[in-house]
Design a protein around this ligand. Structure first.
Ligand code: MN
Ligand code: MN
Length: 456
């Protein structure tokens, strides 16, 4: 059903299905505060459903279920189809990195009675939204001997949180006249982490020393170990029901964990498929999809080569054919229409919360620049599959023409010559510490993704 409110479909006897699916998603979102944690959770969900690690499987046949990972930050689940891999796959691809603050390599310093921790923001954020909210620290510290120490502070209600202080309104005369981009500058996104001096230490940096001792007692690492750490500062606390009717979810990281979870579950829940189905979760989308764990990496192509080698005699042409014949949804979020900021949209080409899975034929900026403009032949197949499966779906553009813009991973896989279109959930307050989605859109995304892998 195109551009219709999806709640109506479930009001008689389907609301339980919508809400219980979203309980699973909220749990995933609350646990998956970093890309590494999302991968861990994906492995758990897949293993529970009988998926085996591809590395431990010698040969593959139709109906087999496997998963692959890359450096702890990428994950892909596959259900092997009846048709040869050379006929192509049906791929759902989402990203599991989200905008945040990263701890710098030399982060700790003491000033005027406080120990502070320096950060460098990751992805597009409005910096002023990160002050005066409880923040948690997640990630790993890797010691010189290779030991990986997991760090997780701020989620348990008994844990302390950290945060970035704000200037009181009473003294903000100068500050309030600055443009929003300058009110909180990037170099000022420093966390307050302590204020007790080390006992019996009258020298310089006694508060910092005390924090380092505390870290060493709890985690066994030293100041120098920050050099090889990956610590992410994210809003503390779980995802919550949003709205008095609990129709929405407020949480950190819907972009793009909402499409990651729905894509993953769509593949995990399918038993038999004609074309090999895949949910792939990538990193680094928010900073350009670069590097070994971003969508530009050869990893995904290598995994498909491995799949082919485990089903038949491998040759390069089979891999090229598999990629060319693959159809993919770039599962990523859309900018939800917000009545408070209606002016940034063309209202007839906007994504509305509640209207179901949202397709963006193109994204880009300044005349569609940098976009993957999906083929109309491919989009026609998608319309048919969505309507035949009674999925509520809609189309949108990222804002009105020349209002701004953005991109996704769609074009990167498109470069491998596969048909790709963006499809995901509409989000309000995107890239803020508290993003909002509609539960019925989450459910329709899951249903739409299932329709894609079984009908196209
Ligand atoms: Mn995204
Ligand atoms: Mn984003």
């Amino acid at each position: 059903m195109y551009a219709k409110n999806a709640w109506k479909k479930y009001q008689k006897d389907g609301l339980d299905k919508v809400f219980s699916f979203n309980d699973g998603y909220m749990s995933f979102l609350s646990k998956g505060k970093t890309e590494r944690l999302c991968v861990k959770e994906a492995i758990r969900l897949a293993s529970e459903r009988g998926f085996k690690n591809l590395d431990e499987v010698k040969n593959l046949k139709p109906g087999d279920k496997v998963f692959a990972t890359n450096k702890g930050k990428n994950f892909a689940a596959f259900v092997i189809g009846k048709k040869d891999l050379e006929c192509g796959l049906r791929v759902l691809g989402a990203h599991i990195d989200s905008p945040r603050l990263d701890v710098k390599q030399n982060p700790l310093y003491e000033r005027d009675g406080f120990c502070l921790m320096d950060t460098h923001y990751y992805g597009g954020i409005k910096k002023y939204l990160y002050v005066t909210i409880p923040l948690a620290i997640h990630g790993v510290v890797v010691k010189k001997d290779g030991t990986v120490v997991d760090v997780n502070v701020g989620e348990d209600l008994n844990d302390p949180v950290v945060g970035i202080n704000d200037l009181l309104i009473h003294l903000s005369g100068d500050l309030m006249s600055k443009p929003a981009s300058k009110v909180v500058e990037g170099e000022d996104l420093d966390l307050t982490v302590g204020s007790i001096p080390m006992e019996g230490d009258e020298e310089k940096d006694a508060i910092k020393k005390n924090i380092l001792k505390l870290l060493n007692d709890k985690y066994g690492f030293e100041e120098e170990d920050f050099l090889s750490a990956e610590l992410e500062i994210v809003p503390a606390g779980p995802a919550r029901d949003y709205g008095l009717d609990r129709s929405m979810i407020a949480g950190y990281g819907h972009d793009d964990r909402v499409c990651a979870y729905t894509s993953l579950m769509a593949v995990l829940d399918e038993e038999k498929v004609d074309y090999t189905s895949c949910a792939v979760l990538v990193d680094k989308e928010e900073v350009g999809s670069v590097g070994a764990t971003g969508a530009h990496s050869r990893w995904f192509e290598n995994v498909i080569a491995n799949l082919i080698a485990k089903t038949t005699d491998y040759n390069d042409l089979k891999l090229r054919n598999a990629l060319t014949n693959t159809k993919m949804l770039s599962s990523d979020v859309s900018a939800g229409y917000d009545p408070l900021y209606a002016g940034v949209n063309d209202s007839k080409n906007a994504a509305y919360l509640g209207n179901g899975l949202c397709f963006n034929k193109y994204t880009g900026a300044r005349g569609k620049s940098g976009c993957n403009d999906a083929m109309p032949e491919f989009f026609a197949e998608i319309r048919k599959a969505m309507d035949e499966s009674d999925v509520n779906w809609q189309t949108s553009e990222l804002g009105k023409v020349d209002q701004g813009g953005g991109g996704t991973i769609a074009y990167i896989l498109g470069n491998m010559n596969m048909n790709v279109v963006d499809a995901g959930v509409a989000v309000l307050s995107m890239h803020s510490p508290m993003e909002v989605v509609s539960k019925v859109d989450v459910y329709e995304a899951y249903r739409g993704y299932r329709a894609f892998i079984t009908k196209l």
